[in-house]
Design a protein around this ligand. Structure first.
Ligand code: GLU
Length: 450
C-alpha cells in the first residue's frame, strides 16, 4: 500500500497538471477538485491505479470536438455559433450524455459536464460511457424554423462523430423534444440509418415513455431514500425547488405524489413562492406548452408571488432540490437553508452546489445527495430507451417507472454502502465519487493502456 502522504501528493500533482493543461476553465477545475478530494482512500487501497496512471488518463478526455455552426436566421442574417462534443470516457460503454444549448456554453463547461457524466453513468451500472456537448446557441426567442435550421447545421458536423455504438447524445438545458426531433431527422437523412443514436426521442418514433419525467422523478426518489435512513420520507416535507425545466417540473410532480408540499420554482426572471402548493398543471401549461415566463404563472395563480433579484434558498423548507444549473446554491444560500431548517438537499441539476456550500450543508448534518447520484435517473432511463430501441420493444410507462425506481434504489444503496465501507457513513459525495470512479478505473485497467 502506498503511504497516505504519497497518495495525497499524487492526487495533488495530477490535479495541478490538469489545471495547467486546461487554463481558464473554472467549472472543470471545480468538478475535478470535488472528485479528487474524496479519492485518497481508494487510491491508497489500489496501487495499480497509480502504476497504470489511471487518474492522469481519466482527467484527459478521449476526444474533444469543436466546430463552426453557421445558419441563417428568419431575417436572412447569417449567424455563427460554436458546437462542442467532448467524448470523455468510453471504458464502460459508448459515450453518453446530453447536449446543452445555452449562451454560457464553452469548452470548460462541457468538460465539467462530461467528467461528471462519466461517474454518473458508471453509477447507473448500465454500460454507458461519459460525454457531453452543446453550443452557445440560445433557443429562447427563436422561431421553430430557426431552431430547426440551427439543429440541422449542428448535426451536419456532429453526425460523423456519433452512432448507436459510438456516442449517443441526448438533451440537457435548452435541448428538449423539439430539438432532439430536428437533430434526429438530420442524422437520419445524412447517414441513411434509423438507429438509436439519440435519446429523448418522441414517444411515437423510438422515444421511451417516462424519459421526460425520469430525472426529476429520480431525484425525489433518491431524496426519499436518504430520508428513510433517518426514519423519515418525502411525505409531509416542505419542499423548495429551483428551476422550471423538465427536471424541476417532474421533481414537483413526484414530490407531490409522495405527499410533500412544494412551494417554489424559478426561472431566470426570479423565483415564485406559492404557499398553497405549486399548481403542477398550470406550471406545465406555462412552461411546456407556452414556453412562457414565471410572471405568466403568477398572473393566473392568485396568492403566488414572483420575487426578482432574491434567492429561493431564503424560503424556509425541510427539503431543497436545486434543479436549475451549476453553482446556483452558494454558501450564503446553504446557510440560509440551514437556518430555515433544511433536512435534506438532493441535486437535480449538475453541480448546482458550490464546494463551500456543500461543506456547510454536510457540516450541519444535512443529508446531501450530489447530482451524479441524485440526477442519474435521466441518463439511466436513456439507457432504457437504448434497450427498447435495440429490442424494437416499447415498454409501458409503469414498466419504465418501476425500473427507474429500482435503479435509483440501487444507486442510493451503493453510495451509502461505499461511504460506510470507507469510514464516512452518510457521506453521499464520497460514496458516489468512489463507487463511480472504481467502476471506471477497473474497466480501464482491464483494457490496458489506451
Ligand atoms: N443531460 C442529462 C444528464 O445530465 C441526460 C443525459 C442523457 O440522457 O444522456 O445526465
Amino acid at each position: 500500500m502506498l503511504q497516505q502522504l504519497d497518495v495525497q501528493q499524487e492526487l495533488e500533482d495530477v490535479y495541478e497538471k490538469a489545471l495547467r493543461r486546461n487554463p481558464g476553465e473554472p467549472e472543470f477545475h471545480q468538478a475535478l477538485r470535488e472528485v479528487f478530494d474524496t479519492l485518497g482512500p481508494v487510491v491508497a487501497r489500489h496501487p495499480e491505479y497509480h502504476e497504470q496512471a489511471i487518474l492522469q488518463r481519466m482527467v484527459e478526455p478521449e476526444r474533444q470536438i469543436m466546430f463552426r455552426v453557421p445558419w441563417v436566421d428568419d431575417a436572412g442574417v447569417v449567424q455563427v455559433n460554436r458546437g462542442f462534443r467532448v467524448q470523455f470516457n468510453s471504458a464502460l460503454g459508448p459515450f453518453k450524455g446530453g447536449l446543452r444549448f445555452h449562451p454560457s456554453v464553452n469548452l470548460g463547461i462541457v468538460k465539467f459536464l462530461g467528467f461528471e457524466q462519466t461517474f454518473k453513468n458508471a453509477l447507473t451500472g448500465m454500460g454507458i460511457g461519459g460525454g457531453k456537448g452543446g453550443s452557445d446557441f440560445d433557443p429562447h426567442g427563436r422561431s421553430d424554423a430557426e431552431v430547426m435550421r440551427f439543429c440541422q447545421s449542428f448535426m451536419t458536423e456532429l453526425h460523423r462523430h456519433i452512432g448507436e455504438y459510438t456516442d449517443v447524445p441526448a438533451g440537457d438545458i435548452g435541448v428538449g423534444g423539439r430539438e432532439i426531433g430536428y437533430l434526429f431527422g438530420q442524422y437520419k437523412r445524412l447517414t441513411n440509418r434509423y438507429e438509436g443514436v439519440l435519446t429523448g426521442k418522441g414517444v411515437g418514433w423510438g422515444g421511451s415513455l417516462a424519459r421526460t419525467e425520469a430525472t426529476g422523478f429520480g431525484a425525489v426518489i433518491f431524496a426519499d431514500r436518504m430520508l428513510a435512513t433517518k426514519g423519515q420520507s418525502m411525505e409531509g416535507q416542505r419542499v423548495i425547488i429551483s428551476g422550471s425545466g423538465n427536471v424541476a417540473i417532474y421533481a414537483v410532480a413526484k414530490a407531490q405524489e409522495l405527499g410533500a408540499h412544494v412551494v417554489t420554482f424559478s426561472d431566470s426572471s426570479g423565483y415564485v413562492v406559492d404557499e398553497a402548493g405549486v399548481d403542477l398543471g398550470l406550471l406545465r401549461e406555462v412552461k411546456e406548452v407556452e414556453r412562457g415566463r414565471a410572471a405568466d404563472y403568477v398572473a393566473r395563480r392568485p396568492g403566488s408571488r414572483l420575487i426578482q433579484g432574491g434567492r429561493v434558498w431564503d424560503v424556509p423548507c425541510t427539503v431543497a432540490l436545486p434543479c436549475a444549473t451549476q453553482n446556483e446554491l452558494d454558501v450564503h444560500g446553504a446557510e440560509a437553508l440551514v437556518r430555515g431548517g433544511v433536512v435534506a438537499v438532493a441535486e437535480g441539476a449538475n453541480m448546482p452546489t458550490t464546494p463551500d456550500a456543500t461543506e456547510a450543508l454536510q457540516g450541519a448534518d444535512v443529508l446531501f445527495a450530489p447530482g451524479k447520484a441524485a440526477n442519474a435517473g435521466g441518463v439511466a432511463t436513456s439507457a432504457l430507451e437504448m434497450q427498447q430501441n435495440a429490442g424494437r420493444d416499447p415498454w409501458s410507462f409503469s414498466q419504465v417507472a418501476s425500473r427507474l425506481e429500482t435503479i435509483m434504489d440501487g444507486i442510493h444503496d451503493e453510495c451509502a454502502n461505499t461511504a460506510e465501507e470507507y469510514g464516512d457513513p452518510g457521506n453521499y459525495v464520497l460514496g458516489a465519487n468512489v463507487a463511480g470512479f472504481t467502476k471506471v478505473a477497473d474497466a480501464m485497467l482491464a483494457h490496458g493502456v489506451i
